[in-house]
Design a protein around this ligand. Structure first.
Ligand code: GAP
Length: 447
């Protein structure tokens, strides 16, 4: 973990947030390369969930959430961790972190009884700060998918089974954030709520577990480092009938990367019921002929059903940590030296190709290099960088460390023969190729 954290800081992937003011625990900022890697992971998820399927639509809903949504979702009452205070040193612990009846920090046995601590952040809404005018920062992206259920089916005419996908920030006031970006207070989730006919839920649950394991493998996460964990009933979240966690061998141990839950009709049912109880005459509900308001009419049976929900919910930050951990390698070279290489899957690499003129600021070389950069950039395959450093060896080392699949060197011969030297990150082999063929090389490697 220390080596990864050091690489992330040195090369501009991830920084401690608010660092110049001493940092704020449980928050991290993604730097110039981190933001590209994170965006690429999110895009890959979006492609597989939305673009590659015709039964899923996207959503980007608000973060600030009305308290009633989280009251009826059950979060206000149950989204808690048991908290224990050390009366001696004032340290705070999650109950499951205590291996004995002593404080892990000072050893004192003067501890409070565990008490529930709600993990949701609150903020004031509007100019008057009073008990009523507040909102929560959403603790999961899922709830606004449920509250938009009718909007989405009415505007897209979807039939069961179908899903709504969303990527976005979630916030949890974790008692003890730790292990770099693994457990943080502000993070991103990639969540799909997949609505199915009750009765077909168990079959869909299995299908989604398989699909999600396959997707993680495509991101470079080794099967040997993943394990499925059938969450025992006493550990299930309040909304879940069954949950399978995809566990990953993180540098600090085997922990949850993604959870795939069978949320049944808990959320839609609860929001429907409580809409009725509150007598909210929401316009979006007015066409609904069923008694349950968040329902859909089955095209075959014509019956109104409150669908069951299968929810694959993945953490973006945990995903970034997993792909970085898989990709990070130290290799011994034949000359007795070693190199660090980030063997990311090319579609995740922050920079797809670096174009490097042999001599810094040389007009002819830099001119040709920037033309190559512009032409390759236009292909829309991701970021192509012009690196006018003049130090080829150093550039190769840097690009190995940040995972750039191809380095393209423009030398004096290039000006005459329209060819460049292409170096492959993984094999370190160099090939002379025509500039006109660069597009194919890059496209091939990104496939
Ligand atoms: N909507 C369901 C849900 O939120 P969860 O298991 O609490 O379920 C889903 O969270 C995923 O979100 C986790 O598998 C994890 O990847 C990520 N996650 C949860 N809490 C996190 C935290 N404090 N820091 C980073 N990622 C977190």
């Amino acid at each position: 973990m220390e080596e990864l954290v050091a690489l992330c800081k040195r090369r501009g992937f991830i920084f401690q947030s608010n660092e110049i003011y001493g940092g704020l625990q449980g928050l991290y900022d993604y730097g110039p390369l981190g933001v590209e890697l994170k965006n690429n992971l999110k895009q890959s998820w979006w492609r597989s969930m939305v673009f590659d399927r015709d039964d899923v639509e996207g959503l980007d809903a608000s973060i600030l959430t009305k308290p009633s949504v989280l009251k009826f979702s059950g979060h206000q009452d149950t989204f808690t961790d048991p908290l224990i205070d050390c009366k001696n040193c004032k340290a705070r612990w999650k109950a499951d972190q205590l291996k004995s009846s002593n404080c892990p920090s000072c050893g004192s046995d003067d501890l409070t009884e565990p008490r529930p601590f709600n993990l949701m952040f609150k903020t004031a809404v509007g100019p008057v700060e009073d008990k009523e005018s507040f909102a929560y920062l959403r603790p999961e992206t899922a709830q606004q998918i449920f509250t938009n259920f009718k909007n989405v089916i009415d505007s897209t005419s979807k039939n069961l089974p179908f899903g709504i996908a969303q990527i976005g920030k979630a916030f949890r006031n974790e008692i003890t954030p730790r292990n770099f970006i693994f457990r943080v207070r502000e993070f991103e989730q990639m969540e799909l709520e997949f609505f199915v006919n009750p009765g077909s839920d168990e079959e869909w649950h299995k299908k989604w577990v398989d699909l999600r394991v396959k997707w993680w493998k495509e991101q470079g996460v080794g099967q040997e480092n993943m394990e499925l964990y059938d969450v025992p009933s006493k550990e299930l979240a309040h909304y879940s009938k069954a949950t399978v966690d995809i566990m990953y061998r993180f540098p600090h141990g085997l922990e949850e990367l993604e959870g795939i839950a069978n949320r049944t009709d808990f959320d839609l049912g609860s929001h429907s019921k409580n809409q009725k109880e509150l007598n909210i005459k929401a316009k979006v509900m007015s066409n609904n002929k069923s008694n349950s308001r968040l329902a859909i009419q089955d095209t075959d049976s014509k019956k109104w059903v409150v669908p069951y929900v299968i929810e694959p919910s993945a953490g973006v930050d945990r995903g970034v940590l997993a792909v970085l951990n898989e990709a990070y390698k130290t290799e011994e070279l034949t000359d007795g030296k070693s190199r660090i290489v980030l063997a990311l899957r090319p579609h995740l690499s922050p920079i797809k190709g670096a174009v490097i003129p042999l001599k810094k600021n040389h007009q002819g070389l830099v001119g040709l290099a920037s033309k190559i950069k512009k032409d390759l950039q236009k292909l829309g395959l991701g970021r192509i960088l012009l690196e006018n450093s003049g130090n080829i060896g150093k550039s190769y080392r840097r690009h190995d460390e940040i995972g750039t699949p191809l380095c393209i060197t423009v030398d004096f011969e290039s000006l005459d023969d329209n060819s460049v030297t292409v170096r492959n990150r993984d094999t370190m082999k160099q090939k002379r190729i025509k500039i006109a063929k660069l597009k194919d090389s890059l496209t091939d490697i990104l496939k």
